[in-house]
Design a protein around this ligand. Structure first.
Ligand code: DGL
Length: 272
């Protein structure tokens, strides 16, 4: 059975892959971390677009992916429209900051959004913000360096940056005017959830998009289910993950051991 291709600039997309595996336990996944060209969030759009097309091409041509999940908010903003035109028949799912669920959940009507500089500057995000602006007040914070700190599991730097960026946003909690809901608008930040909870307190909800992306992928694939002609049974894989990185193999391997169960060894791939 052809796999589902998943990619991110680094290990952040493993947070989406976790949700995908829970949602689609029998599927095969090929994951690409583009750590050799990260971070995406502080690069220009043309660069992220070119990287996303190179990885899409690799997943489709070399691994015969039957669907793509862009497990990166920054790459989704920069490249999903172009990827969809390049592969019009392929189901392609992206991830974007979950502003709508956050606005629905918020009682104070004030929502914090943590994301990369690239995501916040994108036209796609501006349109999303515009569409939700009557439902909540959004406090935006670009988090330069945080994805890189999470990528390298630099615990001291993660805590320092989370502290600095949340302090810059105002007050948190249930009081009127305080931020009671925070959108984690970069897939890396899901791996700093425990730090944010410690800093912001238990009453502040953290919203990430792994689960909705997994459900969306499931429903797109359910519409496209194929059958083994000879046996007449649904063509499902056997719950298997292959990991590739353009950066350090050990970084992806260590992250997968921490956050994914049952994945195989990581491999290096050079992609231009
Ligand atoms: N994980 C990516 C995202 O969701 C960005 C990390 C980076 O800046 O490379 O936006």
């Amino acid at each position: 059975m052809q796999p589902i291709g998943v990619f991110d600039s680094g290990v952040g997309g493993l947070s989406v892959l976790q949700a995908l595996r829970r949602e689609l336990p029998q599927e095969r996944f090929v994951y690409v971390s583009d750590a050799g060209h990260a971070p995406y969030g502080e690069r220009d759009v043309a660069y992220v677009l070119q990287r996303s097309l190179a990885i899409g091409d690799y997943l489709v041509r070399k691994h015969h992916a039957r669907a793509l999940v862009v497990a990166c908010n920054t790459a989704t903003a920069a490249a999903i429209a172009t990827l969809r035109s390049a592969y019009p028949l392929l189901p392609i799912v992206g991830v974007e900051p979950a502003l709508k669920p956050a606005a629905v959940r918020s009682h104070t009507g004030v929502v914090g959004v943590l994301a990369t500089r690239g995501t916040l500057a994108s036209g796609k995000f501006k349109a999303l913000l515009q569409a939700q602006s009557s439902h909540a007040r959004f406090v935006l914070q670009a988090c330069d360096g945080l994805a890189a700190a999470i990528e390298h599991d630099d615990v001291t730097q993660i805590r320092a940056l989370c502290t600095r960026y949340t302090a810059a946003m105002g007050s948190f909690g249930n009081a009127p005017g305080a931020i009671d809901t925070v959108v984690l608008g970069c897939t890396h930040y899901a791996f700093a959830t425990h730090v944010f909870h410690e800093l912001l307190g238990p009453e502040v909800a953290l919203i990430e998009a792994g689960q909705p992306v997994a459900q969306r992928t499931h429903s797109l694939l359910a519409q496209k289910i194929t059958y083994d002609a000879a046996a007449g049974v649904p063509n499902v894989g056997t719950g298997w993950v292959e990991l590739w990185t353009t950066g350090a193999v050990a970084t992806l391997q260590d992250a997968a051991e921490r956050w994914l169960t049952g994945s195989g060894p990581a491999h290096y791939v050079e992609l231009f």
